[in-house]
Design a protein around this ligand. Sequence first.
Ligand SMILES: [Ca+2]
Ligand SMILES: [Ca+2]
Length: 164
Amino acid sequence: MKRVTFLSTVVITVLSLLLFFGCAVVVEPQPELLFQGTDCELHEEGVWPFTSGLGYIAYGPITLADTLSDLKVDFNLRVWDGDYKLELLFMTKANYDDFTSTFGTYSAYHYSLSATGTMTWNLTDILPGVYYFVIDNSNKGWEDTDFDFLDDIAIFDFKIYKMP
Ligand SMILES: [Ca+2]
Ligand SMILES: [Ca+2]
């Protein structure tokens, strides 16, 4: 009789432990890192001697397949001397194609930065599709440069996450 009680106790203890650890080890879904950049340097558009390029950097394509997606952009603008605004843009491929063309019109989620520091940009309920993330130091977008013949350089780090 004692032996049966002992075995029952062992079985119950083992089952309890399995249940406890089985429930305790719940893996929380983590944000998915889509793109990141460190020590990125972006020159102002078209400042003499015209070595500065287009004035924007694009990251993509970013394909979102869910019905609705949430993204998070952690951005650290470390150096910024411009007295105008650097822009973050997020747009569909069709809008990006128009953005990069000479006379295209486009729409985009956009965020303007006027000072150094860290910020978080949350993009919520994004429809499925193919997208591009753009950092803009040009006369495109919603903010113009300052046309003062000085190259206002942006130096920054960033990470783009797809949220669970
Ligand atoms: Ca701009
Ligand atoms: Ca300038």
